[in-house]
Ligand binder design. Structure first.
Ligand code: A3P
Length: 300
């Protein structure tokens, strides 16, 4: 495909809330070698950042994803500080976004990996994330200069009701869910976008890592392959969380190991009723269409 004949996504609006400032991307200077990991949140972002980092740095064990692979559209640290830090990076860069495509500056230069996960698993993961935030977590999000919209309150509901509120209010207290997934699914044919699914990473991590390596053009050093694999396991990432993802150490009860909570899917099965499940699945088909709804639920 000739890149000049492609209709590249255009940003149509900004997104601001207790987490987001989408305008940070407006001043971001892309390099041809950049890799962007995109997700809604809780879909396996950090896992995929770790995979990319391991591939780019041949199994190194001294990278802190907070610094090496920053979340560009997070409102903290201040835009100027964050952009200067990223611009100073001399290694190949791996960036993180939680934006939908229409609020993002999408570059033909970069490689994008969009990670999907069933909405019920995302919500289960986010509920734990939200529930284990400590005072520093709420301070970071709610007391940040320039915050737009209401603060993020502590969760008030038990998990089933919390899920139903998220479903009925399309992503509340985060950002809209269905349009986020749809926006990335709709551009899946672009040559610089790879769709990855959490369930596939769980089922065949070595195969998925090789697929990612091929896509980003990072040849695997087979001598280092066992180390690369080990560094991407749940057990390794949880055990090394304080050093490997230091931001989480200061903002969650239980520190960074709490961020790597269970690393499993389907925990909602024991809690949601058959009606709840049917409601979610009907909404998914209506909002996404059959094919995308199936992909989101299964990776297939
Ligand atoms: P759970 O909360 O279900 O345990 P994100 O990085 O997008 O915020 O996603 C976090 C989720 O990914 C958490 O899910 C976390 O445990 C899981 N995760 C992180 N690293 C993982 C790994 N190596 N293997 C499996 N799951 C992982």
């Amino acid at each position: 495909m000739n890149s000049t004949s492609i209709s590249w996504p255009q940003k149509t609006h900004d997104l601001h809330n207790h987490h987001f400032d989408s305008t940070v991307w407006d001043d971001f200077m892309f390099r041809d070698t950049d890799v962007v990991v995109a997700t809604y949140a809780k879909a396996g972002t950090t896992w995929t950042q770790q995979i990319v980092t391991q591939l780019l740095h041949n199994g190194a064990d001294d990278f802190d994803l907070t610094i090496s692979s920053p979340w560009i559209d997070l409102r903290v640290p201040p835009k100027e500080q964050k952009l200067a830090m990223i611009e100073a990076q001399t290694h190949r860069r791996c960036l993180k976004t939680h934006l939908p495509v229409d609020a993002l500056v999408y570059s033909p230069k970069a490689k994008y990996i969009y990670v999907g996960r069933d909405g019920r698993d995302v919500l289960w993961s986010w509920f734990h994330h939200h529930s284990s935030g400590n005072d520093a977590f709420y301070q970071m999000l709610n007391d940040t200069p320039g915050r737009v919209g209401p603060p993020l309150e502590r969760p008030q509901q038990a998990i089933r009701d919390y899920f139903l509120t998220w479903l009925d209010q399309d992503g509340y207290p985060l950002w809209p869910w269905w349009s986020h997934v749809r926006s990335w699914w709709e551009i899946r044919h672009l040559p610089n976008l790879l769709l990855v699914h959490y369930a596939d990473l769980k089922a065949d991590m070595p195969g998925e890592i090789r697929r990612i390596a091929e896509f980003i053009g990072a040849p695997i050093d087979e001598d280092r392959w066992p180390v690369i694999l080990e560094h991407c396991t749940f057990e390794y990432m949880k055990a090394h969380a304080a050093q490997g993802f230091s931001l989480a150490e200061s903002v969650f009860d239980g520190g960074a190991t709490s961020f790597f909570n269970k690393g499993t899917n389907g925990r909602w099965r024991d809690v949601l009723t058959a009606e709840d499940i049917a409601r979610y699945e009907q909404t998914a088909r209506r909002e996404l269409g059959e094919e995308c709804a199936r992909w989101l639920a299964t990776g297939k």
